[in-house]
Design a protein around this ligand. Structure first.
Ligand code: ZN
Ligand code: ZN
Length: 583
């Protein structure tokens, strides 16, 4: 039986032919996916001028016999979809049938293909067959696309600059390579190679071949499953982050997808491990029963809708959180200082630019735990991070009134004293805010707070919340409250300031009041206020206590704004830097 068949008209109409060809990368995508379907182990892509002048894809797949080759350029021919119902099963790569004829209708296409027995050579221009003849029988397929949009000048105009067409092609090939580590991809542009993967069938090695060692050495493997989904992949340590979401790459059944809920679950897993404006590098492979994938999504779009999305996002959130929690995440200083990698350089530059508390509370409030119940169950599941909790750091002193220098048998550590204490206070505040029974402290001198009329009314509407939190308040004249007691966890000496901040958060609150977000905001705001500032010298005992408490935190590596608290110089790094070690 021939592999390629003509699909029925109704289905063909569902796949708008023209839409598959809009830029060079969409052609590269269709051709490469054909090669993948043809079980190629090696795919070579040659581009000239970002693909505008030439797109050539050569593979060592099973090739086509002469009948298949001849049918391949007919409209509505496809090897993949036979009837309408099959649209339900997007477990093959795509919607081939339309691609080749569409491409051939707007360019010159040369095809050489062979199944090992007989070779076929076809040339088509603007949809017209100029040549069809026998050719050599090397197994595999070569397709060359030139003169793109020569007959549709309007669409030619929409092509972007060479550099940006190339960038799209590179990003596409990188994603294909990551989704198929078993296939070797090579992308050459104007005779220089841009992407090269070995087809080792090792995802981490493929990550290494694409991103380099500075990324691959900072990846954490993740793997988990539930009844409906298997997930597998790599997530980056928070010390290497990107300024955009482009490197959160998600595959569902080997197709690249974009989905807001999945991205949000990934991002939420990094909550307080990173600033909100930075994004992790994540390569996440999801496998599921294709019947769970929504059929109404347009096949050329990457967006995807799925059944049981909440099950999937819970699985992702829990797995990633757990992986971060169980990994020792202290960045190695020696790897960070000689900045050779442009990505790292960018991150470091942006970190240097940020003054204290760059990351404002307003961005933090956008965070939303999937629900508070889930969060609790996560805490139960998570085992302690034994390596970190056992860590004992001995303070040596404080530099610049800001960085505690500490040591242990493995190396020397620098700890940002403000960031570290902020983390400790934040976790303590979060715990206190979750307590059902609140311990309260009587104020010797009650605190009187006068408000504007509107703020007064807003606060009055939330009187129950204040009571629940452990505040004792009474009305006291015009637009004024007097606070008589407060929850014990408020920092001594900062009661009035803390109360004012809490009032600000309540009256400034958004229309829908969310207690979880509110607690987050309070915990973060007050943790910053409660913490020692830079240029404040603390005693040796206080340093010791701070380090002990830091090591016991759930996330000791970042302040609640996502900035690092601790970095390390290993003994080996020090010996190397001082040339005590020759290797
Ligand atoms: Zn702070
Ligand atoms: Zn901070």
């Amino acid at each position: 039986m021939n592999r390629i068949r003509v699909m029925d008209e109704n289905l063909a109409n569902k796949i708008a032919a023209g839409e598959v060809v809009e830029k060079c990368s969409s052609i590269v995508k269709e051709l490469c996916e054909n090669s993948i379907d043809a079980k190629a182990k090696t795919i070579l892509i040659n581009l000239l001028e970002g693909g505008k002048k030439l797109i050539e894809v050569i593979d060592d797949g099973i090739g086509m016999n002469s009948d298949d080759a001849s049918l391949a350029f007919q409209r509505h021919a496809t090897s993949k979809i036979y009837k309408d119902d099959d649209l339900f099963f997007i477990d093959t790569l795509g919607f081939r049938g339309e691609a080749l004829p569409s491409i051939a209708s707007v360019s010159r296409v040369e095809l050489k293909t062979s199944d090992g027995n007989v070779g076929t050579h076809i040339v088509i221009e603007g949809g017209k067959r100029l040549l069809e003849e026998k050719s050599d029988a090397r197994k595999g397929t070569m397709i060359k696309v030139t003169n793109l949009f020569y007959n549709t000048p309007a669409r030619l105009k929409y092509l972007k600059s060479d550099a940006s067409e190339l960038a799209n092609c590179v990003s596409l090939v990188e994603r294909l390579a990551l989704s198929h580590p078993d296939i070797s991809f090579t992308l050459n542009h104007d005779d220089h190679f841009v992407v090269k993967t070995s087809g080792s069938n090792d995802l981490l090695k493929t990550i290494h071949e694409i991103y380099g060692v500075s990324v691959s050495s900072k990846m954490i493997e993740i793997k988990n499953s539930c009844d409906d989904f298997d997930i597998y992949g790599y997530i980056c340590k928070p010390e290497i982050l990107k300024s955009n979401r482009n490197h959160m790459i998600v595959f569902v059944n080997e197709r690249v997808v974009k989905n807001f809920e999945i991205n949000k679950a990934i991002n939420d897993a990094y909550y307080t491990y990173k600033p909100d404006i930075k994004y992790p590098i994540v390569i996440l492979k999801i496998n599921t029963d294709p019947t769970l994938i929504d059929v109404n999504i347009h096949p050329t779009k990457q967006d995807i809708k799925m059944g049981k999305m909440d099950v999937l996002t819970d699985l992702i959130l829990n797995t990633l959180k757990d992986a971060l929690y169980k990994t020792l995440l202290i960045p190695n200083a020696a790897e960070r200082i000689p900045v050779s990698n442009p990505i790292q350089k960018k991150i470091l530059e942006s970190v240097v630019k940020e003054s204290d508390e760059e990351y404002s509370i307003t961005t933090q409030t956008t965070f939303d735990f999937a629900n508070s119940e889930l969060e609790e169950s996560v805490e139960d599941v998570i085992a302690v991070n034994p390596e970190m909790k056992k860590l004992k750091l001995y303070p040596v002193g404080v530099a610049h009134g800001t960085y505690i220098i500490a040591e242990n048998e493995t190396g020397v550590f620098l700890i940002d004293q403000h960031a570290a204490q902020e983390r400790i206070n934040y976790e303590r505040n979060m715990k206190a805010l979750k307590e059902k029974k609140v311990a309260t402290t009587e104020l010797l001198f009650p605190i009187t707070i006068e408000l504007s009329s509107s703020d007064y009314l807003k606060l009055k509407a939330q009187e129950d919340l204040l009571l629940e939190m452990g505040f004792g308040i009474e009305e006291f004249g015009v637009n004024t409250f007097v606070f008589k007691h407060h929850p014990t966890w408020l920092l001594e000496g900062h009661e009035e300031e803390s109360i004012r901040r809490i009032i600000d958060l309540i009256v400034g609150g958004l229309s829908g009041f969310d207690r979880v977000k509110f607690n987050e905001s309070i915990a973060i705001t007050l943790s910053c206020k409660m913490s020692i500032k830079a240029n404040m010298h603390i005693s040796h005992e206080a340093q010791e206590e701070l380090l002990n408490e830091l090591c016991l935190c759930d996330n000791p590596y970042n302040c609640p704004h996502g900035r690092p608290t601790i970095i390390k110089f290993t003994i080996y790094d020090l010996e190397r830097m001082f040339k005590r070690s020759m290797n």
